[in-house]
Design a protein around this ligand. Structure first.
Ligand code: C2E
Ligand code: MG
Ligand code: MG
Ligand code: MG
Length: 287
């Protein structure tokens, strides 16, 4: 029996190993595949931006939009950003892709401003873009080329991007602020940010991460954390946006805790450029 058990354990171990190595192969292959396809996608312009409205839940006014990248692959169909942004980041392709996002979103924002639908335009920056020496000149070029008013451009950064070399991050943040561009901390509360640094970062806005919002009003802890983040933002004179708001109850809770700007499926998912104007008009009918 002992021998048999040993044999079984070994066989199982081998199988397990075999299984994992196959999984690793598959992951490595997928990564390589995405990397190759990304290069082609940039050349062939397979990307689009969708825009998610940020709504003032009291006035039902759209105060801004977040640009979110969409990849429509000719064979694979839609590939979500979580599947490729980290690969674009690791290969450096994100710098080129990020420039396209910036120019495209500013161009669309100018179009919206032209029809009286002004608002901020938020863009997600990746760590690589943030640390890139060319960021400041790229921003300045795009602002000039598109004539985008700099205060309407908001850049979203995450806490982890700011933590490593804090002094270098603070310098870079000040360089961005000199251009008149606004800064937000995205997914706030999920990174390893130090509250003592928060004061030193010249940021304008915190975005409460969806993970804290999604179980309101069932989860008491999440409600307390969310209320504390909002209160802290106000103490530090930062604007606050709640992400991932899906229900009326969540809107009510946020209002009670002095957070009026929300983003989430309750008002709208990210939508195609051609639907944005109609959305703004329709929103007013919801009162
Ligand atoms: P994020 O910046 O935190 O964006 C919010 C994500 O939550 C988006 O996912 C959005 O579609 C989703 N979302 C919004 N409201 C709701 C809601 O009510 N419920 C749920 N379940 N989800 C909601 P998406 O578009 O898949 O983007 C995922 C992440 O990919 C983004 O997270 C951002 O970190 C990154 N990303 C997207 N576009 C870009 C880009 O152009 N550049 C860079 N560097 N990263 C990007
Ligand atoms: Mg974001
Ligand atoms: Mg977020
Ligand atoms: Mg995120």
């Amino acid at each position: 029996h002992a021998d048999l058990a040993m044999y079984e354990a070994k066989a199982k171990g081998r199988n397990t190993f075999h299984f994992y190595s196959q999984e690793l192969d598959a992951a490595a292959n997928e990564r390589l595949y995405i990397e190759n396809e990304l290069r082609i996608a940039i050349k062939e312009q397979q990307f689009k931006l969708h825009y998610q409205p940020q709504v003032n839940s009291e006035s039902l006014e759209v105060i801004g939009y977040e640009a979110l990248i969409r990849w429509y692959h000719p064979e694979q169909g839609f590939i979500p950003p979580d599947k490729f942004i980290h690969i674009a980041e690791a290969t450096g392709l994100i710098v080129e892709l990020g420039e396209w996002v910036l120019e495209e979103a500013c161009t669309f924002s100018m179009q919206l401003q032209g029809v009286g639908k002004a608002g901020s335009m938020s863009i997600n920056l990746s760590a690589r873009q943030f640390k890139d020496d060319r960021l400041i000149s790229t921003l300045a070029d795009v602002l000039k080329r598109t004539k985008m008013p700099s205060h309407l451009l908001h850049l979203e950064l995450t806490e982890s991007m700011l933590m490593g070399d804090v002094e270098a991050a603070i310098t870079q943040l000040h360089e961005i602020k000199k251009l008149g561009v606004a800064l937000s901390i995205d997914d706030f509360g999920t990174g390893y940010s130090s509250l003592s640094y928060l004061k030193r970062f010249p940021v304008d806005m915190l975005k409460v991460d969806r993970s804290f919002v999604k179980d309101i009003p069932e989860d008491q802890n999440d409600m307390e954390i969310t209320a504390a983040i909002i209160a802290m933002a106000q103490k530090l004179q930062l604007q606050v946006v709640a992400e991932g708001v899906e229900t009326r109850e969540q809107v009510d809770f946020l209002q009670k805790n002095n957070c009026y700007v929300v983003q989430g499926y309750f008002y709208s998912p990210p939508i195609a450029q051609s639907d944005v104007e109609a959305f703004c008009d329709a929103l007013k009918q919801r009162i």
